[in-house]
Design a protein around this ligand. Structure first.
Ligand code: RIB
Length: 313
């Protein structure tokens, strides 16, 4: 495989309404509408690809117009994809509300993503990658299978445990090198594994405390994203907070986490495995993504990322 980063995960058609304010229960508000390509897996793939990495995205879709649009989108971007068609299932869809502050609320219907199967992506494809990136928005058994064969073959595995789900099985972490949760996903994992006070702010951990947690989780790297407070990198001998881009006006924060993960994966290759530099790169990708509406279409291109990093952000 000539691709360096394999992203296996969800493709979702995003149906987005912009609203002056989120409606209360029983309330109707007038807003505006747009639709476009989304899904955490695909968003991360587009972020990594636009940030300069050679990527292959693999995910499941239905036999519908959303899948046709997905194929056209990948073709227009010039990125490789394997879209596995699942008869009898619709492509994933998401209802997204974005308010005037750029904050969002999302409901996702997994559709075909929920039946992605272990046999859908060939073992040789998985083991030929340098990095495999997965999330929790596709079938969890298949996700665990892909992470296992990659990890066993020495491929660097990154899991973004989003969205956190009631059926999440922490055993999947055995196959993960780099875990990249946000604060709430981190708290859920701490709670599920009874590893301490899940309400504790990640920034309140000392380096030794977080490192002990990382080791208990069996991870090479724990990378916690903290929204506007940046991200925290913890690995053997490294405990560092990486700040976000300064002076950003957010118009739509949807997909910012995906931008970070995709940018981080691309940065990991660019900076030869230096996780702190990769997190700085990921933060730049995420910071730029929130300045535009939409998810995958808002991912910045390498020139934009390099320009802001050059300015010393
Ligand atoms: O992370 C943002 C994504 O979550 C959206 O694109 C939506 O499809 C949901 O999957």
């Amino acid at each position: 495989m000539e691709q360096e980063i394999l992203i296996i995960g969800s493709y979702v058609q995003d149906l987005t309404w912009n609203t002056p304010n989120f409606p209360a229960a029983g309330e109707t508000v007038i807003g505006t509408f747009q639709t476009g390509p989304g899904g955490k897996g695909s968003n991360q793939a587009i972020a990594a690809g636009r940030a300069g990495a050679r990527i292959l995205y693999a995910g499941a879709v239905g036999p519908d117009t959303f899948a046709t649009a997905a194929r056209e989108f990948y073709e227009s971007e010039g990125f490789s994809c394997q879209l596995i068609e699942k008869p009898g299932h619709t492509s994933g869809t998401a209802a997204i509300l974005v308010d005037e502050e750029g904050q969002n609320q999302i409901i996702v219907a997994l559709g075909a993503n929920g039946v992605l199967a272990p046999e859908d992506v060939a073992e040789e494809t998985v083991t030929a990658a340098k990095i495999l990136v997965c999330q929790l928005e596709a079938n969890l058994e298949a996700t665990s299978h892909f992470l296992k064969i990659a990890h066993d073959a020495g491929v660097t595995t990154i899991l973004n445990p989003a969205p956190m789900r009631p059926d999440f099985d922490p055993a999947i972490l055995e196959h993960v090198d780099i875990l990249a949760p946000n604060e709430t996903e981190f708290a859920s994992i701490i709670e599920a594994l009874e590893l301490g006070d899940s309400s504790k702010d990640p920034l309140e951990y000392t380096g030794d405390e977080l490192d002990a947690l990382r080791q208990k989780l069996g991870l090479g790297t724990l990378l916690i994203t903290l929204g506007g407070r940046g991200s925290l990198v913890c690995e053997d001998g490294v405990f560092e907070t990486v700040s976000i881009l300064e002076g950003i006006t957010a118009v739509d924060t949807t997909g910012a986490g995906d931008a970070f993960v995709g940018g981080f994966a691309a940065g990991l290759l660019r900076f030869n495995g230096d996780t702190v530099k990769a997190a700085q790169f990921g933060n730049a990708v995420a910071g730029l993504s929130v300045t535009k509406p939409g998810t995958a279409p808002s991912m910045p291109r390498l020139e934009e990322v390099e320009a802001v990093l050059l300015k010393g952000h």
